[in-house]
Design a protein around this ligand. Structure first.
Ligand code: NAD
Length: 269
């Protein structure tokens, strides 16, 4: 049986770890040729090697999503090698937590915004023309539950993810008005067990301890379903938005969060 994205070409930023890695693996498994891009030159090629070993098509392109000249090169490389781009997953992101916003340096604010928001803008600025040339496609922007509601220690992160949410809707409207066949949606993961949690500096975790945030522990308390999601749970949503199964879906937000956005559910004894 043909895969759900067979014959399509997909670019996944931040594809060397966590959600991006799961997205790259699932899209490749479902028949897409996948370009894994990441700043991490060690893990990126490993992810690609394991996708190829499983018999699927993938290449790695090293990329810092904040670099405009690199975006121009990456897209021209994609065009040279594959001739088209059908699926753009703007996923690379970081999280910087601080006990209080007054403790956040302007440098950290800007670094986080550069990756989480400027990186998404540049992905669209450079990816969209090739997608239009290709006759249509699907853009999927990785926002967060923190793009829908506030989180005390993550104000800067919330600002970037809330911006991505509305940027996606605006680009969806632009594409609809152009009639270019490109759909644009945002994805909003809740607490997903990936390496990102371990990268949030210790001491800023807001857990009263000088220890990294444990996503499983946090999810047990905060998530109606009572456990953290896995990267695959998000990849499954991205696959839906990338495939023709979602051909009538644009400008919307796909929340995958174990029920956190809907409300709170105390466990029955
Ligand atoms: P992760 O840390 O496992 O992966 C992020 C990847 O992005 C890494 O491979 C990293 O090298 C890459 N990256 C970082 N800076 C980059 C840059 N400047 N240029 C290119 N690549 C860069 O994290 P993850 O949990 O897989 O997160 C993926 C996305 O999902 C992020 O946008 C994150 O904000 C979002 N998200 C994650 C969760 C969660 O609970 N894990 C929840 C909501 C949203």
């Amino acid at each position: 049986m043909a895969g759900q994205v067979a014959g399509k070409v997909a670019l996944v930023t931040g594809g060397a770890s966590g959600i991006g890695q799961a997205v790259a693996e699932l899209l490749a498994e479902e028949g897409a040729a996948v370009i894994v891009s990441d700043i991490d030159e060690l893990r990126g090629p490993e992810v690609v090697a394991s996708i190829r070993k499983a018999g699927h098509e993938a290449i790695f392109l090293q990329q810092d999503v904040t670099s405009e000249p690199r975006w121009a090169d990456v897209i021209s490389d994609v065009e040279k090698r594959f001739g088209r781009l059908d699926i753009l997953v703007s996923n690379a992101g970081i999280g910087i937590a601080v006990p209080s916003i007054v403790e956040m340096s302007l440098a950290d604010w800007r670094r986080q915004t550069a990756i989480n928001l400027d990186g998404v803008f540049l992905s669209v600025k450079y990816g969209l023309p090739l997608m239009r040339k290709s006759g249509g496609g699907s853009i999927i922007m990785m926002s967060s539950l923190a793009g829908l509601r506030g989180s005390a220690t993550l104000a800067g992160y919330c600002a970037t993810k809330g911006s991505v949410r509305l940027f996606a809707k605006a680009i969806a409207m632009e594409c609809a008005s152009f009639g270019d066949g490109i759909r644009v949606n945002s994805v909003h993961p809740g607490i997903i067990d990936t390496p990102i949690w371990g990268k949030i500096p210790t001491g800023a975790a807001g857990n009263g301890r000088n220890a990294p945030i444990d996503p499983e522990e946090r999810a047990k308390l905060a998530t109606p379903l009572g456990y953290a999601g896995q990267a695959w749970d998000i990849a499954a949503g991205v696959l839906y938005l990338a495939s023709d199964a979602s051909r009538y879906v644009t400008g919307t937000e796909l929340v995958i969060d174990g029920g956190m956005y809907a409300g709170a559910a105390a466990r029955q004894p």
